[in-house]
Design a protein around this ligand. Structure first.
Ligand SMILES: Nc1ncnc2c1ncn2[C@@H]1O[C@H](COP(=O)(O)OP(=O)(O)OP(=O)(O)O)[C@@H](O)[C@H]1O
Ligand SMILES: [Mg+2]
Length: 467
């Protein structure tokens, strides 16, 4: 029948047309994927120290955009747009500015910087661009890009802080118990033991993956940290991001962003992540360098306003995982961030700002370190804001009694030492004098020693029941 045949004919042509459209679309998608994102051009106008001024292509630029400056005899220099002044874009380099010529071409990328990690990155050491620096060959690239400078998850999408986490360090497990998804600061002057404490946590804490950001550290320490303190066992479940103190400010700052971006990727795989950063102060210092170069006004200790604006944006990215729109629960990022307190002044501006953002602080004291008690945690000055809810009633009693012993002893220490205290004058002090050496021994822990959380409470309970 003619009408039926005609119908079949039209159905066939429609099908053919749909196939053609589909294959065209596929071609377009393929083309779009392969478009070089670095295309639009600007030109170098002025190089002033580490600040590069560019003209042209401004409508394609935004603060944070990634560009490349073409050099005659060297590889293109990656730079980032850090601000604008009149009709010029201000840029800072990710490397030495040698080889830039007047009018040099600048290729502008329209994308924010991204990293494409996979779980095969665990066990590897990378730089702030996600390039391996451990000599074990190239890293596989994952299908999804994670923005280095992502925003923290919104407050309402976040889960609550989880169960308590076994850190393996007695002083912390008992006196500043940490929960899954909590963020703690470790505050100490230089050489008091921050890095060693972090390496103990990287090795022993109960979690699925660890991301360690070594920001602005000495080059010598990186090797020491990876080979000696972390060891092959610890490295197997860790990704280490490194930007040493000699690297440009942008690279040091980006290493901190990279640390959080990798933590976010691992979190989205449903893993429980421990994010360790040594140190947040060096991140703030890098931000200060960038701010001052772009003409921001210095405020306290030369830190510019953006330093204080960037800190919460960075630190808030750690925390309990968000519930994704499809209902998937992501894993938590428990964050431990060290803060170098300049001149042992715990009220210096960065320490103050970080203390206000995080859910607790661990204070390390030079006096305790000088006495030879490591980790030099001053438990009376340290707090965890999830306590005491995460402890049982008998555990709270143990903590209360131990704090009383330590504070009674500390208050009377001078008198006891010079023999001016008379036994019997105060029953609390009498008890503290008997128990203090054992409590101090409990707090002393070697670099390679490990005690599970429950055992720590039992141990301290036994010490306190001695009198
Ligand atoms: N648990 C420990 N047991 C024994 N010694 C320790 C312990 N923790 C720290 N130390 C000693 O303290 C020294 C300094 O520690 P560390 O490098 O961690 O300090 P830091 O606070 O990171 O210093 P900086 O601010 O210079 O980076 C170590 O070299 C080591 O001798
Ligand atoms: Mg250190």
């Amino acid at each position: 029948m003619p009408s039926a045949q005609g119908g079949e004919f039209f159905a066939l042509t429609n099908l053919k047309a749909s196939f053609t459209i589909l294959s065209r679309m596929e071609q377009l998608v393929h083309l779009a994927r392969n478009i070089d994102p670095m295309r639009v051009f600007g030109r170098v106008a002025v190089v002033n120290g580490l600040l590069i001024e560019a003209k042209g292509g401004l409508s394609y630029m935004q603060v944070g955009a990634r560009c490349e400056i073409i050099r005659r005899h060297e590889a293109p220099l990656p730079v980032e747009v850090v601000g604008f002044r009149e009709d010029r874009a201000l840029m800072m380099p990710f490397g030495p500015v040698e080889g830039i010529t007047p009018g040099a071409e600048i290729r502008i990328s329209s994308e924010g910087a991204k990293v494409h990690p996979t779980t095969a990155w665990l066990g590897r050491i990378i730089d702030s661009f996600g390039e391996p620096i451990d000599g074990f060959g190239p890293l596989p690239q994952g299908p999804e890009g994670y923005l280095l400078k992502a925003s923290p998850p919104s407050a309402h999408s976040r889960q609550k802080v989880g169960e308590r986490l076994n850190l393996g360090v007695r002083a912390m497990d008992v006196f500043t118990t940490c929960c899954r998804g909590q963020r703690l600061g470790v505050f100490a002057g230089s050489g008091v033991g921050k890095s060693v404490l972090l390496s103990m946590l990287a090795r022993e804490a109960t979690c699925d993956a660890v991301v360690v950001g070594l920001i602005g550290e000495r080059g010598r320490e990186v090797r020491e940290f990876v080979e000696e303190t972390l060891g092959p066992e610890g490295l197997r479940r860790a990704i280490v991001v490194v930007a040493t103190s000699d690297e440009p400010a942008l690279k040091r700052r980006q290493a901190a962003y990279m640390t959080l971006a990798l933590s976010e990727y691992l979190r989205d795989q449903g893993l429980e992540v421990l994010c360790l950063m040594d140190s947040v102060t060096r991140f703030a210092m890098a931000q200060r360098e960038i701010g001052l170069a772009t003409g921001e006004p210095p405020t306290t200790k030369g830190y510019t306003p953006t330093c204080f604006a960037e800190l919460p944006k960075l630190l808030e990215r750690a925390g309990p995982g968000p519930i994704l729109p499809d209902g998937t629960r992501t894993g938590p990022i428990t964050g431990l961030f060290t803060v170098l307190v300049d001149g042992d002044d715990h009220n210096e501006p960065i320490a103050d700002a970080v203390r206000g953002i995080l859910d607790g602080h661990i204070v390390m004291s030079r006096g305790i370190a000088e006495r030879g008690r490591f980790p030099a945690i001053d438990v009376l000055k340290s707090i965890s804001r999830t306590m005491p809810d995460c402890q049982t009633i008998p555990e709270r009693e143990i903590v209360r009694q131990a704090r009383k012993v330590l504070s009674s002893y500390t208050n009377m220490e001078e008198l006891i030492r010079i023999g001016a205290y008379r036994q019997g004058a105060d029953p609390d002090v009498d008890r503290a004098i008997i128990l203090n050496p054992a409590v101090e021994d409990f707090l002393r822990q070697g670099k390679d020693e490990y005690t599970p959380l429950d055992e720590s409470f039992t141990l301290l309970g036994q010490i306190l029941s001695q009198s």
